[in-house]
Structures are given as structure tokens and as C-alpha cells.
Design a protein around this ligand. Structure first.
Ligand code: TSX
Ligand code: MN
Length: 596
């Protein structure tokens, strides 16, 4: 096991608080994994899928109240409220801990406490971090085994070193003789807490079994806690995919890209190019940790080992490489379950078989009006099974990043692609990222929800200080000429009659190709007030019928619309007060002046 005294003391302390029936140290072996899965099948919380159709794969239905991250129950607990900033829920650490400790007392009665040592990032990488999650959920254990490097090997690397303690419970103790439910969780939303203590690097999660709330390595550690560590230590922990792109001449560059949810980040990360000769390879689909190396090159690792992706709308058409990644050794949560023991979700590419069981365990008969999969139904699949996983995806040094991409769903105003004039302008670009949502849903006059750097739900500290951190990364870069170039893309621009102007998906390689040409220095661009846009003829649209006539509108920069946009940007920036960097204020003033 381990001789790490801090770890042993910490586990003992929490076992005394939570009072589990027993404590089990997870070793990460195949045999252990099978045993846990079999136990869950026998207990009725998991279904083993058809071994012929989907080998070694399992199906789960959550409680209907426990289907997503709970943003209004997610807290950043710092001594000073201003250190959490205006975009986070805040509570003082002492108050939060006192309140939560009351709930944790005896919360694991009748259950097993699992201790999961895990590494975010390749074992032993300089950029990787070790965490230990305590949980009373076997579902969490089998998911963590896919999403992280987990088990005994991690304890060996940890030695007597430091780790990030993560405590999780579903918050549903069992009385003696009480029968368990298939998905235990706290019954009341106000009993759920996803709490972060960035000043002491601790994570306390209570009451939910859902991925983002319970697999604490992912959003809690790799983004919220890591972003604050990165701020202290001068590196970057970002909500970004990492992909390699090779052009027909065999030149390969890596880019990292941030998009708000529902923009198709996973689809982009493993895209199948529609132009022969190009190749896309995937390093990661969600999180990037980046540091400068000795040569001043910014290098990125994917701290995860799997994909925890939205299932609905994933198909051989929209994302064949994701579909092939989940052929086996995968976990499905809140999809439909077909009579022949396979999974189904809307737009999977075939009709839903009669007799399919819905995520709420109802029976679907052809034509009946039931929701078969929850819209946030998920697959958990090993990244190693992705057919286009990059050969360097587990390289402990990370991959060199040549460009950053930002983007969102913008039906107007924002062109298909534009390039920042310099680093600070690119940081400004990241700070104004936004995506269209139904205006009614968020009570905004314009239907744009700002999601700076796509980090809004995942920030561990004050967003204004985070912007300043990005400015400082550029200002202190060891080799400024090696800083990544920064771009913004918009696959979602629409014509006045509401039709998408760009085919998207595999055809996005046509835009990535231009970005690659800019990085290599092979192509000129046109300067506009918002940045550099492509010359029309430099976006390859060969074979796209009717596209030529749409390119002017797709690349248009309308000064009048951008002046309106400036008003919205100013409104958004106002909330950051003193923490807002003067450099970004200056970028805003420059933009506004150049639009007049
Ligand atoms: O993922 C998407 N990407 C990125 C792909 C690499 N989606 C799906 C978004 C929801 C997750 C897209 N949707 C993309 C896109 O580039 N573009 C669109 C918009 C669109 C939708 C359908 C069509 C075209 C554009 N269909 C036809 O034209 C037939
Ligand atoms: Mn994400």
C-alpha cells in the first residue's frame, strides 16, 4: 500500500467522520474493476451490455434529479470574497467546512469507502498532478479508471510526496437492513455541495453521483483547483481540446481550442478532414495543461485518460472517431437501453428499436412519446481507443502548441475566422467569447451568453485576475516569438433567412488549413478593425457547391454591428471592477476607435 503519512492520516480522519462499513484502497487492476462492475450488476445499479455488440461495457441510469453539474451549488471558498470574483458562488472556508462536516458525519454508513489514488497527466510527467479521491460510489471508481491513470502505480509514483485531497460522497447512508437504490444521491438540491478550497488545494463534494460533480479529477481538480495553481505558478490550466493537424506537405502543428458547451468541441478534436491529404489527430477533447519548456515553447498535456462526452447527436456522420472509441470497454449513463442489450440515443444514426428502455426506465414502443435518452446522457470511453489518438498523447513533455482557437455559436457579427493582431489582442478575444442561447433562458436582452475562455463554470478564482494572468503569460514569455498565434472561429454564422452559411464538421479542415498556413507563414491576410481575416481565395472551398456565393457574407466584418457588440462587451466587462486588466481596457478602446 503506502507509507505516505499525510495520506494515511487523511484517510483515517475521513473514515472516522463518514463511518463507512469498510475502507478499500483501489489498486486499479482489471480483476478489481470486473469485481466492482459485477457487484453493481448484481445490486441492480448497472446492466452489462451485449458482449457481442459492445464488449466489456456497462449501462447506468441516474436518479432523475441527478443528471448534470450543479452550478448554483458549486462554490469557491476563499478567505476573501473578492478572490472568488464576481462570476463564482462564494462562501468562507470555515463556514463551508463547518456546514459540510455536519452532513459528512455518518454519511457512508452501510457503504464502502473507496480510496482512489489518481494522476492527472501521464504518470511521472513534470506537468502531471496526483490526487486522491475518497468516495462511497463504485460507479465513480469504474469511471475514474477510464478517465484518469488510477490505482497502485500512482501510489508508487507518489511516494511520500504531496497530493490533492478530494472527498466525495453520494450523501445517502444506509440503515442496517435498508435496501440500496440503483443511483443513491442526496434527495434535495440544497443538500448538494461542490466545494473548492483553492488556498489549501482541497475539494469537498457532497450529494451527487453525476460525472462533473463526482469524478473530481476532471472539472474540480484539472480546471478549478489547477487554474489557481497555474495562476500562482505561472502556467495555464484551460478548458481546451488539443489536436495535431498535418497538411498535405506533411507539416504538422498542434493547436488548442476553447469553446463553450454545445459547440462541438469533441467533434472538432477528432475531426475527419473532408480534404484529402490533411490529417487530424487528437491529444485531448476537454482540458489542456500548458507550461513553457527550456526553449520557451509552450507545451500542452491532456491531464485526462478518457472521454466523458455527450452522447446524443454523436454518430458515424458527426463524429465517427468518437463512435469507434466507444465500441468496447465503455460506460453509458442515461442513454436508452435496447432489447438486444445495446445503447441508443437521438441521431445515433439508426431508428430506436421497439421495446427500448428509456433513461427513466420506461418502455419505448415505436411512436410513443417518451424521452429515450436524457439530453446530457454520457459515454465514458478510454482515449487510447480513439482511432486518431495522437502518437504523442501520453508524452510526458507534452506537445508544442502553435495556435489557440476560441469560438462560440454566433449567428451574426462574428466572421468564420479571424486572427488576433498580437498576444494582448488575442487575450481580449478570449475574454469576449460568447455563445447564442435562447434569450428567455437567461433573461438577457441579446441572446449571447458570455463565457470568457469557455471557463465561466470552471474558474477557481477571480475572472479578472485570470485575464491578467493571461496578459502576464504573454509579457513574461521566455521567447515571445514562439508564443502561439490566436484565432477566433465561428462555424455557426447564419444568413438572414436563418440558414447556416458554413457546412461545418469535416469541412472545418478548410479553416484549420488556413490557420495552419498562417502559423507556417505561407499566406497573407486582410487587416480589419477586429483582426486579420482570410483573403476569400485562401479558404479552399473546392467541391462545396454554392459555397462561393456565401463567402462574402461569411467573412463580413460589419462595423455597425461590431459597435453594437462593443456595447455588450462593455456591459460584460463592467462587472470585473478593479480586477479588470488595463491592457484589456486598452484593447477595447483600440477596437472601438478603429470601428468609427
Ligand atoms: O460539432 C459541430 N461542429 C464542429 C465539428 C467538427 N456541430 C454540432 C454542434 C452541436 C454539438 C456543428 N453544427 C457544426 C460544426 O462545425 N456546424 C453546425 C451547424 C450545421 C448543422 C447542420 C448542417 C450544417 C451546419 N447540416 C447541413 O448543412 C446538411
Ligand atoms: Mn468541458
Amino acid at each position: 500500500m503506502t507509507k505516505n503519512q499525510k495520506l494515511l492520516d487523511w484517510v483515517k480522519e475521513w473514515a472516522e467522520i463518514c463511518q463507512p462499513d469498510n475502507v478499500y484502497w483501489v489498486d486499479g487492476s482489471e480483476e478489481e474493476n470486473q469485481r466492482l462492475l459485477n457487484e453493481m450488476v448484481e445490486a441492480g445499479s448497472a446492466v452489462k451490455l451485449n458482449e457481442e455488440k459492445r464488449p466489456n461495457s456497462y449501462y447506468f441510469q441516474s436518479d432523475p434529479s441527478d443528471v448534470a453539474r450543479v452550478e448554483n451549488r458549486t462554490f469557491i471558498c476563499t478567505e476573501k470574497e473578492e478572490d472568488a470574483g464576481p462570476t463564482n458562488n462564494w462562501m468562507a472556508p470555515d463556514k463551508m467546512k463547518a456546514e459540510m462536516l455536519e452532513s459528512y458525519k455518518g454519511c457512508m454508513k452501510g457503504r464502502t469507502m473507496y480510496v482512489i489514488p489518481f494522476s492527472m497527466g501521464p504518470l511521472g510527467s513534470d506537468i502531471a498532478k496526483i490526487g486522491v479521491e475518497i468516495t462511497d460510489s463504485a460507479y465513480v471508481v469504474v469511471n475514474m479508471r477510464i478517465m484518469t491513470r488510477m490505482g497502485k502505480a500512482v501510489l508508487d509514483v507518489l511516494g511520500d510526496g504531496d497530493f490533492i485531497p478530494c472527498i466525495h460522497t453520494v450523501g445517502a447512508p444506509l440503515e442496517p437492513g435498508q435496501k440500496d437504490v440503483k443511483w443513491p444521491c442526496a434527495s434535495n438540491i440544497d443538500d448538494k455541495y461542490i466545494s473548492h478550497f483553492p488556498e489549501t488545494n482541497e475539494i469537498w463534494s457532497f450529494g451527487s453521483g453525476y460525472g462533473g460533480n463526482a469524478l473530481l479529477g476532471k472539472k474540480c481538480l484539472a480546471l478549478r483547483i489547477a487554474s489557481t495553481m497555474a495562476n500562482r505558478e505561472g502556467w495555464l490550466a484551460e478548458h481546451m481540446l488539443i489536436m495535431g493537424i498535418t497538411n498535405p506537405a506533411g507539416e504538422k502543428k498542434y493547436i488548442a481550442a476553447a469553446f463553450p458547451s454545445a459547440c462541438g468541441k469533441t467533434n472538432l478534436a477528432m475531426l475527419v478532414p473532408s480534404i484529402p491529404g490533411y490529417k487530424v489527430e487528437c491529444v485531448g477533447d476537454d482540458i489542456a495543461w500548458m507550461k513553457f519548456d527550456e526553449e520557451g515553447v509552450l507545451r500542452a498535456i491532456n491531464p485526462e485518460a478518457g472521454f466523458f462526452g455527450v452522447a446524443p447527436d454523436t454518430s458515424m456522420k458527426t463524429n465517427p472517431n468518437a463512435m469507434l472509441s466507444l465500441n468496447e470497454n465503455s460506460i453509458f449513463t442515461n442513454t436508452g437501453l435496447t432489447p438486444d442489450g445495446d445503447i441508443w440515443w437521438p441521431a445515433i444514426g439508426w431508428d430506436c428499436p421497439d421495446g427500448t428502455i428509456t433513461w427513466k426506465n420506461e418502455k419505448y414502443t415505436t411512436g410513443s412519446d417518451v424521452q429515450i435518452a436524457h439530453p446530457n446522457a454520457r459515454f465514458t470511453a478510454p482515449a487510447s481507443q480513439c482511432p486518431v489518438i495522437d502518437p504523442l498523447w501520453e508524452d510526458p513533455k507534452g506537445v508544442p502548441i502553435s495556435a489557440f482557437l476560441f469560438g462560440g455559436r454566433r449567428p451574426n457579427t462574428v466572421p468564420l475566422v479571424y486572427q488576433a493582431k498580437d498576444w494582448n489582442h488575442g487575450v481580449f478575444m478570449g475574454s469576449i467569447v460568447g455563445s447564442e442561447v435562447t434569450a428567455a433562458a437567461i433573461g438577457l436582452k441579446a441572446g449571447v451568453r458570455r463565457d470568457p475562455f469557455a471557463m465561466l463554470p470552471f474558474m477557481g478564482y477571480n475572472m479578472g485576475d485570470y485575464f491578467q494572468h493571461w496578459i502576464n503569460i504573454g509579457a513574461n514569455a521566455p521567447a515571445p516569438e514562439k508564443l502561439p498565434m490566436i484565432f477566433n472561429v465561428n462555424w455557426f454564422r447564419k444568413s438572414d433567412d436563418g440558414k447556416f452559411l458554413w457546412p461545418g464538421f469535416g469541412d472545418n479542415i478548410r479553416v484549420l488549413g488556413w490557420i495552419l498556413d498562417r502559423v507556417i507563414g505561407k499566406v497573407d491576410a486582410v487587416e480589419t478593425p477586429i483582426g486579420f481575416i482570410p483573403k476569400k481565395e485562401d479558404i479552399n472551398i473546392d467541391g462545396l457547391e454554392g459555397q462561393a456565393e456565401l463567402m462574402d457574407e461569411l467573412l463580413e466584418v460589419d462595423n455597425k454591428r461590431w459597435l453594437d457588440e462593443c456595447e455588450l462587451i462593455a456591459e460584460h466587462q463592467a462587472q470585473f471592477g478593479d480586477a479588470f486588466p488595463k491592457e484589456l481596457k486598452a484593447e477595447y478602446e483600440k477596437l472601438k476607435a478603429s470601428l468609427k
